[in-house]
Write a protein that binds this ligand. Structure first.
Ligand code: ADP
Length: 276
């Protein structure tokens, strides 16, 4: 292996959006959105509520069709008509609700919808042994330690559940992984755990799209940052081109926040010094 390929592999573009727009009647949820996702990189998409993040996920995941622009996967222009189209191109989405079944065991959830079977005809049955072993191997590979794979998923922490959903997407051959606000409902410590696995997905060579409204989380792992604002891309920078402070400022609306801060500081009444 040459020095250039050791460690960080050279990245190549796996997904590109060019001037993508999506209208719902006369509501423009996305307008002229261009962004690219590379293998072995994390592209963070940031934005406030209503910025268009969910719509962007839906377009890439095949739930909704874009009404303008181009979506290119592995050099080929595509127009998804169903989530299956997107999955078949290696695009996996881990939604906030995770699509896990709380009462089912960890290994059953890992293979949900893709169960392995053994035997033929009337003797066909679930290949429990292989599924348990594979789940164990895949979670170990990701450095996730779960003592008992028979435990129901509902008994795990939110962070652990996110990690299992990420490991599952990688195992089933995802090339692009879309993570929908994976840390939004988590505390600081659990967010850290999830971010570690987001980085692992990147290190496994996937192109990761990390949707978040938290610039701190984005900056911990991101290679590239795109801010959506009312459906438009208001910022698109690589890590070398922006500091955390600038990203936070841009995210907060920069000048708008400064104006608000000034307004609030003058609006706060002076402390009562009359000694009442
Ligand atoms: P975010 O995920 O960043 O909060 P969304 O993508 O949900 O933003 O929404 C972007 C804009 O598109 C919002 O103004 C929202 O009201 C509008 N929108 C989203 N989905 C629909 C829909 N199905 N029909 C009409 N308007 C929609």
């Amino acid at each position: 292996m040459s020095a250039a390929t050791a460690g960080a592999a050279p990245t190549s573009e796996i997904l590109r959006l060019t001037d993508v727009g999506k209208s719902y009647g006369n509501v423009h949820a996305l307008r002229g959105v261009s962004l690219s996702v590379r293998q072995g990189e994390i592209t963070c998409v940031l934005g406030d509520n209503g910025a268009g993040k969910s719509t962007l996920i839906k377009v890439i995941a095949g739930l909704h069709q874009h009404t303008e622009g181009q979506l290119v996967v592995n050099g080929e222009e595509v127009r998804f008509t169903s989530p299956r189209d997107s999955l078949e191109r290696g695009i996996a989405t881990v939604y906030q609700d995770l699509a896990l079944v709380p009462l089912m065991s960890i290994w059953r959830n890992f293979f949900l919808g893709a169960e392995l079977s053994t035997g033929w005809g009337p003797f066909k049955r679930l290949d429990v042994r292989t599924m348990v072993r594979t789940t164990d191997e895949e979670l170990t590979k990701m450095g996730i330690s779960v003592p008992d794979l028979e435990r129901p998923v509902g008994a795990l922490s939110g962070g652990q559940r996110q990690c299992i959903a990420i490991a599952r997407a990688i195992h089933f051959g995802a090339k692009v992984l879309i993570l929908d606000e994976p840390t939004a409902a988590l505390g600081v410590k659990q967010s850290g755990v999830v971010l570690k696995y987001v980085a692992k997905a990147r290190d496994a060579g996937l192109g990761v799209i990390f949707i978040t409204h938290n610039p701190h989380h984005a900056y911990l792992v991101g290679n590239h940052f795109v801010i959506l604002n009312r459906g438009n891309v208001s910022l698109d920078r690589s890590r070398q081109e922006i500091t955390l402070e600038e990203l936070t400022n841009e995210m907060a609306g920069g000048a708008e926040l400064a104006a608000l801060s000034h307004e609030l500081s003058t609006a706060v009444p002076a402390p009562d010094t009359t000694g009442r």
